[in-house]
Design a binder for this molecule. Structure first.
Ligand code: SAH
Length: 502
């Protein structure tokens, strides 16, 4: 089984740069042993105009069967003969993809120490795979490669050239051409899509496959129209892994495409300084007020956590990590996990906490993880408390039930603290124009009544009790600027006590 990669070039940009990029010198034939056989890299031509490298995998089928790695197509171990007699030696497959990543790993990662300028540069490429098993046919082949910027030629390979009436085999000859892609992109496309088309993985798919898929899919998979099919086939239709991958891809989309995630942090910082001001003096005045509000919010949260006796705490939507930092300073908290959808926010938080310079004991107490609160997440189970400080109002209302389920239904900490602005108080921010929310990314702001109604419903649905605490000056007319709900899980004991009282 083999494929060729051809670069075309000019005197300014010689095609032989391909040799640097692949980390394989065009003058040498090289062989690498893999657990399935030997991978050869040879160049059939190497001139300024054209340079072609071929990757050829010579399989040791007998060894594969002995090592139990040939449990072949469809994984039917009883088809004894199929282990020896199959298309593996001839057809490009997941094995070729594995060889590709082993032999060209630096090129795949886009590393080239000798010529650091090269990897980021698109180059005119032509990839040919003479025999590719294509489950789904030529249409699917085009559907997979064309959205990535390839010009695709697919020709069905006849079952037997002597007997055209027998029709086509399920193999195709594939030629991909593009001048817009980097070699790293091209290799990562092949690494993922060859096994997807083959649709018969030769090894047991484990959860680190999800990591491999996401790494190889960086920059193209999150937006691919066939993302679901690619993910599901790549992961051998293991539903739980596919779901995990799809969720993580969604995160990538959220964090990348949705630049508002970045804005959100900037806004969150701005929020600490209160609504925007016309004059500097007024700004300072409000800033004082608002900074103290942020501090008061943190103090209220810390007090509620102490009352609940929580030691292991989740800070959900932790932003830049101010609360995580405050929790770390308090030795009553043994384990603190900050979760945010925004990688940027987490990076700032890590810097704020000086995670990289932290002593071992401190470091063992704190963790920052990327995740979306709109999905259930096993990593969040089993904690004493979860804090959602100024987070819910950043979700679109239709997404809120998903967060409710992820936090109260799935993670189910004993205590949940939720803070959110009280919209009634907005009239007291002298400078906030009537009807405006406190900052651009708030999807809603609630009255005290609305918050209580929501919290009451959530508590009832998920088996919690809920109490409300004002944060900041509690205005007799409009209430406090921030409202906080403390949810405590109902235990058999609280329920029994209540029944007795009734
Ligand atoms: N808790 C911090 C930050 C509040 S700003 C504080 O009290 O100051 C809101 C934060 O929620 C942002 O950091 C934003 O990235 C995060 N966020 C918004 N939607 C999210 C989601 N679906 N999952 C996880 N985090 C989210």
């Amino acid at each position: 089984m083999f494929l060729t990669i051809t670069a075309t070039g000019s005197p300014e940009r010689p095609a032989t740069d391909l040799g640097y990029l692949l980390h394989k010198h065009p003058d040498n034939a090289q062989a690498f042993s893999t657990s399935y056989g030997t991978a050869h890299v040879v160049y059939s031509e190497a001139s300024v105009e054209r340079c072609t490298a071929a990757l050829l995998l010579e399989l040791d089928t007998v060894a594969m069967v002995r090592r139990g790695k040939g449990k072949g197509r469809g994984g039917a171990p009883d088809a004894a003969l199929a282990q020896y007699v199959n298309d593996r030696p001839y057809a490009a497959s997941s094995l070729l993809a594995v060889a590709l990543s082993a032999v060209f790993s630096s090129a795949m990662k886009g590393q080239c120490n000798a010529r650091p300028d090269l990897p980021a540069r698109p180059l005119p490429l032509r990839v040919e795979v003479p025999a590719l098993p294509a489950r789904g046919g030529a249409d699917l082949v085009r559907g997979l490669f064309e959205p990535l910027g390839w010009t695709v030629t697919v020709e069905a390979v006849p079952l037997d050239v002597e007997f055209p009436e027998w029709g086509d085999s399920r193999y195709v000859r594939l030629v991909l051409e593009s001048a817009r892609l980097t070699l790293s992109e091209a290799l990562r496309h092949l690494y993922v899509l060859l096994p997807v088309l083959d649709d018969a993985k030769h090894y047991w798919v484990s959860s680190d496959e999800v990591d491999k898929l996401l790494r190889a899919g960086e920059g193209w998979l999150p937006d691919h129209p066939e993302q679901q099919l690619i993910t599901s086939r790549y992961l051998s239709r293991r539903w739980s892994l596919t779901r995990e991958a799809m969720e993580r891809l969604e995160l990538v989309r959220l964090a990348e495409a949705d630049d508002s995630a970045v804005e959100e942090i900037d806004n969150a910082v701005a929020e600490e300084s209160g609504p925007e001001e016309d004059t500097e003096e007024a700004a300072e005045d409000t800033a004082d007020k608002a900074v103290s509000l942020a501090v008061q919010r943190r103090d209220a949260i810390l007090a509620a956590l102490h009352t609940s006796g929580s030691a292991r705490v989740l800070d959900l939507g932790c932003g830049q990590g101010q609360l995580v930092q405050a929790l770390l300073k308090d030795t009553r908290f043994d384990e603190i996990v900050g979760v945010d959808v925004s990688m940027r926010a987490l990076t700032v938080a890590a810097r704020r906490l000086k995670l990289d310079r932290m002593g071992e004991r401190q470091a063992a107490r704190v963790k920052l993880v990327q995740g979306s609160l709109a999905y259930t997440d096993k990593r969040l189970k089993g904690y004493d408390a979860a804090v959602l400080s100024e987070v819910i109002e950043h979700l679109d209302l239709p997404r809120l039930p998903a967060l409710e389920y992820a936090v109260f239904g799935s993670a189910r900490p004993r205590t949940v603290l939720v803070t959110t602005p009280n919209v009634e108080y907005n009239v007291r921010w002298e400078t906030l124009a009537a009807g405006h929310s406190r900052h651009g990314d708030h999807r809603f702001e609630w009255t005290r009544e609305e918050f209580r109604t929501w919290a009451g419903r959530v508590a009832q649905r998920h088996g919690y009790d809920v109490e409300f605490t004002p944060v900041g000056p509690d205005d007799p007319e409009v209430g406090p600027p921030t409202q906080m709900a403390t949810f405590s899980i109902r235990t058999a004991r609280t329920t029994a006590k209540e029944e007795k009282a009734a």
